[in-house]
Design a protein around this ligand. Structure first.
Ligand SMILES: NC(=O)c1ccc[n+]([C@@H]2O[C@H](COP(=O)([O-])OP(=O)(O)OC[C@H]3O[C@@H](n4cnc5c(N)ncnc54)[C@H](OP(=O)(O)O)[C@@H]3O)[C@@H](O)[C@H]2O)c1
Length: 344
């Protein structure tokens, strides 16, 4: 049994990763279609050992397609996801356009796969923000054990989280500094090379940025509306891999040793936590990997029941493409969809 799958945004950072992950995981595919804007008509992208030529989203008929992995930004998704969904194709969307819609499940399969049940209301399922995805994978097993009441998180987010142009900007700025050219910051509000920027997405009225607000709203929707969360989101000059320093307060006691044992068994988590020089994970090591890595697990002596963690994952994989493919796998494994075109 194979499905007809379309990837929208196939020339982008996330779209290319989606094609790689579908091929790597031997997703049951009858036919795969790469879509992007009309600018990319005919552009070649890889799918396993095959090459696909991109088609334009504008001219594509979704009526025979089963699953659309959508990764072309919020504006494109707002316009196109409902149209695609109405043609009977399930949309798994990577943008923030549908995440806060009460008729759209927001899913991280290791955390709240059961919430997928209501997807048919709009035929759209949302993928969380990259920083939220890795955070909730680490929080869920600890919440089950000792009930989280409050989280304070500081992020160290790579430039690939802002798209392919942002990766080019870090490269161009770094090169300009080495050859003593003028540094032009075209993509970020300040220079990103050899710098860090505490501004991701727009500012909101209360002084938080939208990225920080997303972490709060999405953690509540995915994990538990009672959890209070305050985030500071920072862009750092790393190409791939988001890191997070996370302070967690619990209703009930939990020791660092207990947390380490729980996280070692938890789905999607990989604990690398040796209390010695280099005994932790950095984004460079997490790039290209599927796991959410957890290091530096320790008790927080400044609160009653508190832990501190260092959480790292590949933002293009667990933060985006991998999570979207895992959602599609949940749909198939739970028999929530079947291929429109039966095999001959
Ligand atoms: N990067 C991450 O870590 C991450 C994590 C979670 C969610 N996301 C979300 O995923 C989405 C894509 O991110 P990205 O990093 O892959 O961005 P990107 O590298 O800038 O790629 C954008 C993709 O969207 C396509 N596109 C743009 N306008 C289009 C249109 N009018 N019609 C059809 N296709 C269009 C582009 O095609 P052309 O090449 O033809 O322009 C390209 O394939 C965004 O919504 C982002 O917020 C990203």
């Amino acid at each position: 049994m194979g499905f007809k799958v379309a990837v929208v945004g196939a020339t982008g950072n996330v779209g290319r990763e989606m094609l790689d992950i579908l091929a790597e995981r031997q997703f049951p595919i009858a036919e795969i279609i790469a879509l992007a804007s009309s600018r990319s008509l005919g552009t070649e992208v890889s799918f396993g050992d095959k090459t696909l030529k991109c088609k334009a989203l504008d001219n594509y008929d979704f009526s025979g397609t089963d699953i659309c992995l959508m990764s072309a930004g919020g504006a494109v998704s707002k316009e196109w996801s409902p149209k695609i969904a109405r043609q009977g194709c399930v949309v798994i969307d990577n943008s923030s356009a549908w995440r806060y819609d009460q008729d759209v499940p927001l899913i991280v399969p290791e955390v709240n796969a059961d919430a997928i049940a209501g997807f048919a209301k709009k035929n759209i399922i949302a993928n969380p923000n990259c920083s939220t995805a890795q955070l909730v994978v680490a929080l869920k097993p600890l919440h089950d054990k000792a009930k989280i009441t409050r989280v304070v998180v500081s992020t160290y987010q790579s430039v690939s989280g802002a798209g392919k142009e942002a990766m080019d900007a870090l490269f161009a700025e770094t090169r300009a500094i080495f050859v003593s050219d003028a540094v032009e910051s075209k993509k970020f509000p300040k220079r990103i090379a050899f710098n860090v920027i505490p501004e991701i997405d727009v500012f909101m009225e209360d002084g938080y940025t939208k990225e920080e607000w997303k972490m709060m709203a999405e953690t509540k929707k995915i994990l538990d509306p009672k959890i209070k969360l305050s985030a500071t989101c920072v862009r750092v000059p790393v190409f791939i891999g988001h890191s997070e320093a996370v302070n967690i307060e619990f209703e009930n006691p939990i020791s660092a040793d207990e947390a380490r044992d729980i996280l070692r068994e938890a789905p999607g988590c990989l604990v690398i936590d040796k209390r010695e020089p280099g005994g932790y994970i950095t984004p460079h090591e997490a790039a290209g990997e599927d796991a959410t890595y957890i290091s530096r697990i320790r008790e927080d002596p400044t609160v009653d029941n508190g832990l501190v963690l260092w959480v790292v994952a590949d933002n293009l994989r667990k933060g985006a493409a991998l999570n979207a493919v895992q959602i599609a796998e949940v749909l198939i494994n739970r028999k929530l969809i079947s291929p429109k075109q039966k095999a001959a």
